[in-house]
Design a protein around this ligand. Structure first.
Ligand code: HEC
Length: 179
């Protein structure tokens, strides 16, 4: 009977439960994430300075009358305005200031020209308004006076008119040969 009790005692020995097996200590997960930057870079509030001094606007207007030739006259031409300056430059030595070569005094203007018979060619007038081909003056300037039946030399004697001047004289005749 004693052995039985002994065996009971030995069998009842319960091993100690391992106290350290239940480790509840886990590695702490990182809870703090990277902090959001709350400081935004400073927005520049200073606008670039607007210049308040406007440049001066009246520094002299550009010249408007440089280089462009005046437009050709469109209306009827005038002897005194358009033709006389040409004749004063080219004919004065022989037909003005008391000189009356060919009995032509250009100081008289239209009175010496318009519907006045030519000396060289009495059947033709010196200037027939609107008809340069019937004007002996025009034939003398063109050099067609011989073909027209006249005589003498081309005018201006010893010189010449520019194409522009010839156009002006012809335009004066064609536009009515006004004074
Ligand atoms: C250097 C002198 C001289 C100059 C300059 C001259 N003439 Fe004469 N002109 C004469 C002489 C001289 C005559 C007469 C002989 C002849 O018809 O060629 C004449 C004749 C004329 C006649 C003919 C007149 C008629 O009734 O038949 C006309 C028109 C005329 N000239 C126009 C002009 C004009 C316009 C100019 C200028 C653009 C001019 N002449 C410049 C010397 C000149």
């Amino acid at each position: 009977m004693t052995l039985f009790l002994f065996a009971l005692a030995c069998a009842g020995g319960d091993p100690d439960p391992d106290a350290g097996s239940d480790s509840t200590d886990t590695t702490p997960s990182p809870t703090d994430t990277t902090p959001e930057p709350t400081d935004t870079p400073p927005v520049p509030t200073d606008d670039p300075p607007v210049p308040t001094d406007t440049p001066p606007t009246e520094t002299g207007t550009p010249p408007t009358e440089t280089g462009t030739p005046p437009p050709p006259p469109t209306g009827p031409l005038s002897y005194d305005t358009d033709v006389r300056p040409i004749f004063e430059a080219a004919c004065v030595n022989c037909h003005m200031n008391g000189e009356t070569s060919g009995s032509l005094d250009l100081d008289l203007g239209v009175d010496a020209l318009v519907d006045v018979a030519s000396v060289d060619l009495p059947s033709m007038v010196r200037v027939r308004p609107t008809k340069s081909e019937n004007s002996y003056l025009w034939h003398k300037l063109e050099g067609t006076h011989i073909d027209a039946g006249g005589s003498g030399v081309k005018m201006p004697k010893g010189g010449s008119l520019t194409p522009t001047e010839l156009t002006t004289v012809k335009g004066w005749i064609e536009s009515g040969a006004g004074p």
